[in-house]
Design a protein around this ligand. Structure first.
Ligand code: SF4
Ligand code: SF4
Length: 432
């Protein structure tokens, strides 16, 4: 029998079989890279529950899920309304192949995967979101926000576009975003039936702040050379943030930091001193599309840092509240989500180069892999600037373009392997 979105039961079954198989194989490869710290396992369990066992998010029953499509949606505001933000940016190849029929050919695979899941209705964590907050950032996200309303089997009642200013230099730009956040408040309150007060907002800021604190502690361990944990496993931990209530994620992160201390004391490392240390930056690396991190580490590199919005960027800067009034907290939120954001959707994004230079120094990076999802123009635009900046630092960089399928894996493997060999050769010459 045909379903509302033209997907019948047989197609849905095939979809589930294929998408769970792909997710399981990527999780297995990530686990096999090196012995996982015990405290990393619950994050993997979360990804397994969401993408393989197809269960909903584990959270209090009365806590609603609000879908978001970008790190620029303030999680603090959603927690203040008694709900949980669920980041719907997905890396599913199977969902992408469904979404490909509904979204223009040249759009990026990430938005196609979001559309594919909405059409099939096979992912409870996705389907149970009662509302979607969609920041208007790049063209792909803007148009996705428009077409998502046409999808019928998604329990979401409405999609709320959130205007993001194209500039972020002046206070006037932050004011634009502040107005948007104020516009969002009654919409969230109506959706959840919970009023956002100064107290609940402060609680929301504290909850996310705790997670950011644990993350900043964790980054100290991630910088360690030799590595204490595989970088691909770190990407999985960061992706699990999208599907866990923030306090549970922070508690588990605290345990992971405990494991990192123990590994440091015992000299338990997962890399050797001379393995090339690589930073990955560019288009989002959303689970299960972790093929780039996996290839880096399977080919002998160490993924020592990332500058991506499904990784460190999402939890890097805490909200800095100077004025504790309601408006003061709202201003602090607007400022935090716009000013330090290094996403290339902003016209002037020189901060991103500065941030990458900082990461290179702190994480002892020897090479940069610049990831561009096919059709992701905003990241592609910034490659040239990044190449020039890396040239000045004498840091090798390569641009790798990928799509949501496994057809490009062999070509990527060859290029990444050659890049790792190049770094090794360069380091040998330095020593000679
Ligand atoms: S790449 Fe930029 S616009 Fe896209 S989700 Fe990440 S932060 Fe948002
Ligand atoms: S920023 Fe790139 S990856 Fe993200 S939605 Fe836009 S085009 Fe797609």
């Amino acid at each position: 029998m045909a379903e509302p979105n033209g997907i019948n039961e047989r197609q849905r079954e095939l979809f589930i079989r294929k998408s769970t198989r792909v997710a399981a194989s990527y999780l297995k490869r990530a686990k096999a890279l090196s012995e996982m710290p015990d405290a990393a396992k619950p994050f993997f369990d979360v990804l397994e529950n969401i993408y393989i066992k197809l269960t909903d998010i584990q959270k209090p029953e009365d806590m609603k899920s609000i879908g978001t499509l970008c790190v620029m949606v303030p999680a603090e505001l959603i927690y203040a309304a008694g709900a949980m933000p669920v980041r719907l940016c997905s890396g599913s190849y199977t969902a992408y192949s469904i979404g490909d029929d509904y979204i223009p050919r040249d759009a990026c695979p990430l938005v196609k995967a979001v559309m594919g899941f909405a059409k099939v209705g096979a992912l409870p964590a996705f389907d149970n979101c009662t509302m979607l907050v969609a920041p208007v950032t790049c063209d792909c996200k803007k148009k996705l926000a428009g077409v998502m309303d046409s999808v019928k089997n998604f329990s979401r009642k409405n999609t709320v576009p959130l205007h993001v200013p194209p500039l972020k230099k002046d206070d006037a730009d932050t004011e634009v975003f502040l107005k948007e956040l104020y516009r969002l408040i009654p919409i969230l309150e109506k959706e959840t039936g919970v009023q956002i007060t100064a107290r609940s907002l402060a609680e929301g800021i504290n909850m996310v702040g705790n997670a950011q604190y644990e993350m900043s502690e964790f980054l100290k361990f991630r910088r360690h050379d030799p590595a204490l944990i595989s970088g691909t496993q770190v990407m999985a931990v960061m992706n699990a943030y999208s599907y866990m209530p923030v306090n549970l994620w922070a508690e588990q992160m605290h345990r992971l930091n405990g494991d990192m201390i123990r590994r440091l004391e015992q000299g338990h490392f997962v890399s050797r001193k001379n393995q090339p240390r690589i930073l990955v930056t560019g288009s989002p690396i959303a689970f299960p599309n972790i093929k780039i991190p996996l290839l880096i580490e399977e080919m002998g590199g160490v993924l020592a840092a990332d500058e991506t919005c499904m990784g460190e960027r999402g939890l890097y800067d805490p909200v800095s509240v100077i004025d504790p009034s309601f408006d003061g907290m709202m201003r602090a939120l607007a400022s935090r989500y716009i000013k330090p954001c290094t996403c290339p959707v902003f016209v002037d994004n020189s901060q991103r180069i500065y941030r990458i230079q900082q990461l290179i120094k702190e994480h002892k990076i020897q090479g940069v892999i610049y990831h561009v999802l096919r059709g992701c123009l905003v990241y592609d635009y910034e490659y040239q600037l990044m190449e020039e900046a890396m040239g000045k630092l004498d840091i090798p960089i390569i641009r790798v373009e990928s799509d949501y399928n496994e057809e490009d894996v062999e070509q990527l493997r060859i290029r990444i392997e050659a890049f790792i060999e190049l770094i090794k050769l360069k380091e040998l010459k330095k020593e000679a």
